[in-house]
Design a protein around this ligand. Sequence first.
Ligand code: DHB
Ligand code: FE
Length: 282
Amino acid sequence: MAQLIGGVATSHIPSIGNAIAKGLQQDPYWKPFFDGFPPIRQWLGEQKPDVAVVFYNDHGLNFFLDKMPTFAIGAAPEYRNADEGWGIPTLPPHVGEPDLSWHLINHLVEHEFDLVTCQEMLVDHAFTVPLKLLWPQEHCPVTTVPICINTVQFPLPSAKRVYALGKAVGAAIQSWDSDKRVVVVGTGGLSHQLDGERAGFINKAFDLQFMDSLQNNPEWATQFSIHELVEKTGTQGVELLMWLAMRGALSTGGGTVRKVHGNYHIPISNTATGVLALASEA
Ligand code: DHB
Ligand code: FE
């Protein structure tokens, strides 16, 4: 069976794409953010995953307000990138892993998660920027399965539901008849609000408690309703649901994790940024 090696969650801000394109990693503004990644890249280099299952939210590129699935999954041989309007460089297509996609779809639908299946799917900065941060080389060495969770148009799925989705994804990965090694990735957050009266809102205390909870008490965030999460983290801070899905996937079987590395830095653009890598322990 496939082996689930662990998970990584990270923020996904378009301007990071520009900073990478311009080589600004050592620039004083960017360094505290980029410095969070080398220990995680080293761990990935040792673990050598073949496939990344990526929980992220589409920002109006593949899905718009007229058609907004709560959960959607890619089942395509490749995923093309396009810029939904930030002016960041378009990256080459990512290679899919359709066999795992269809295994996930069959398992998830059987377990009452009725996802939209996408045999064509454009991916935005929330998919490409984190993968570039984790694998900066020209050709991304892992194949991919994108899973979109709606955090854009209300109603949003509850934290409890998203955690359960993550758990079902983890169980599906572990029952995939393959000798491949899989890492789960969650992208978004942490606290930020891009518009409205509270534009610029950041909540460091909540972010740090949330990051901490993911190690030993991953259900902690499921006590909050979506509106409470918006209140605590900002309108776009609810993207932390992707972190919860990632952690849910590691909660199957023995379910214990070991922290590989974490970093938290305020701000990049309007966002409190975090990155956290967790290794699965049998
Ligand atoms: C920013 C953050 C996001 O999560 C996003 O999707 C777009 C922009 C920002 O802080 O600029
Ligand atoms: Fe976002």
